[in-house]
Design a protein around this ligand. Sequence first.
Ligand SMILES: CCCCCCCCCC/C=C/CC(=O)SCCNC(=O)CCNC(=O)[C@H](O)C(C)(C)COP(=O)(O)OP(=O)(O)OC[C@H]1O[C@@H](n2cnc3c(N)ncnc32)[C@H](O)[C@@H]1OP(=O)(O)O
Length: 290
Amino acid sequence: MLRSKILNRIRLLKPVIDRRCMSSASKTPLTLLEVDDKSGIATLSLNRPPVNSLNIDLMNSIIESITEIEGNKSRGLILTSANDRVFCAGLDLNELHKPNQERLKEFWAVFQDVWLALHLCSVPTAAAINGHAPAGGCLLATACEYRVMLPQMTIGLNETQFGYMAPKWVMLSYLSVLPRRLAERALTQGKLFTTAEALDVGLVDEIAASKEEALAKCSTFIDSFSKANPLARSLTKKQIREPDVQKLIADRAGDLKECLEYINSPLLQDGLGAYFEALKQKSRSKAGKS
Ligand SMILES: CCCCCCCCCC/C=C/CC(=O)SCCNC(=O)CCNC(=O)[C@H](O)C(C)(C)COP(=O)(O)OP(=O)(O)OC[C@H]1O[C@@H](n2cnc3c(N)ncnc32)[C@H](O)[C@@H]1OP(=O)(O)O
């Protein structure tokens, strides 16, 4: 009994670094997980340079970290980025453009899994959005219960801008934070909100001047549950989220089939190819390479 108490205490004191999913290039962990010894709040930092784009390994690392947080009795989860400019650039376009079909199936299944893991995470979740959060980056943030964002960043589901329609369950995340009329307009426009606009429409809850302040505000949100019974809180959250979650769970295979057909269609592949090339070109000109 005493031994397990001490082991628990050590686990809380010592930052836990997730080494299971490493970047193959640099052998650095793709997510960094630290549990604050005083507050018991876990901070999960996305750590896949240059822009935390979501490939299979990064998404698996996020899922493993969430499982670990739920197992180590952390009081809450703050999702943030180890990168000062980009929270998460969304799905890794390398996984979507001219994909290997077997890998694409696995990729899409893991994408569904990460959304479910964040949506159903039993502890309070908050996103400290310390950089841009387009598309899948916005999705990770909206799956959390609270969002604090740094100024002069952008966030939104901008899929239509590069020729794609967001899947139904992705749209549900938007509908959980935005009024329907606004969500429809923003989704169809593929709008990226500035931080100030995002606060104005309720896509984010607060603005913070620095990452430290964003983390502190997320902690304050998590502390607001101190009087709630953790099990009752978690069951209530699951109950409220159940209809959205069920829409995906009830037909995961159907969603996979539909999305794969859609992603593979030549017209969409061409559009995505042009978008990705423009992105690379912009990056090259920034670096003075062109
Ligand atoms: C009927 C059924 C219908 C179902 C429909 C199913 C199909 C739906 C699929 C669509 C779902 C999409 C969700 C997504 O998340 S797609 C990803 C969308 N992401 C974006 O559009 C973001 C693009 N990136 C940026 O805007 C900027 O990079 C940034 C995030 C604002 C950061 O800007 P910054 O100036 O700091 O950095 P650079 O632009 O110079 O980029 C640096 C390098 O990173 C590469 N990069 C950027 N984003 C991505 C990405 N998402 N994937 C892969 N690589 C990315 C960029 O090319 C630079 O690399 P390079 O220097 O090597 O060229």
